[in-house]
Design a protein around this ligand. Structure first.
Ligand code: ASC
Length: 149
């Protein structure tokens, strides 16, 4: 009985995922996904600042986890901006596509800064953590200044 239920459920789930391929990867849906990733980055940045400014010493060990999440997101940034995803409900600046190399460099800057933050958090050197957080924030802002409308 359990097996039958599992089979039915598996069937339903696979139908749900295979019934929509016509609409897969359209710009509007990619933009929605992209925004969700940026919202998560904002959340991790807010969590980091919350730990530091709030003096949450019990949670200092989480800094490395948030830094790792930022690093992972930074790595997928270029893929979140495929050709054609400049149209729609987005603040993405056309420069992302006309200056692709510069945009990818800006994403790499966030990746490197997050990596540095991760290392600093793991070392427990809070002065280095503060410095690295500044660099992470600077790379967010640096990219927004040029590549966000
Ligand atoms: C954030 C956030 C940004 C950046 C930026 C850093 O937390 O939402 O867009 O940091 O403000 O300068």
């Amino acid at each position: 009985m359990l097996k039958l239920k599992t089979l039915l459920l598996t069937g339903l789930v696979s139908v749900a995922f295979t019934a929509t391929p016509l609409f897969a990867n359209d710009a509007e849906t990619v933009i929605k996904y992209r925004k969700a990733v940026y919202t998560s980055m904002k959340g991790h940045m807010g969590a980091i600042v919350g730990i530091l400014k709030g003096g949450l010493t019990d949670y200092q060990g989480h800094l490395a986890d948030h830094a790792a999440s930022l690093e992972n997101s930074a790595r997928i940034i270029p893929a979140l901006f495929p050709e054609g995803s400049d149209q729609g409900d987005t603040d993405a600046d056309p420069k992302i596509w006309s200056d692709r190399a510069g945009f990818e460099k800006a994403a790499q800057r966030l990746e490197a800064a997050s990596q540095e933050l991760l290392a600093a958090a793991q070392s427990g050197d809070m002065r280095a953590v503060g410095k690295a957080v500044g660099q992470v924030g600077g790379s967010c802002k640096g990219c927004h200044d040029t590549y966000r409308k």
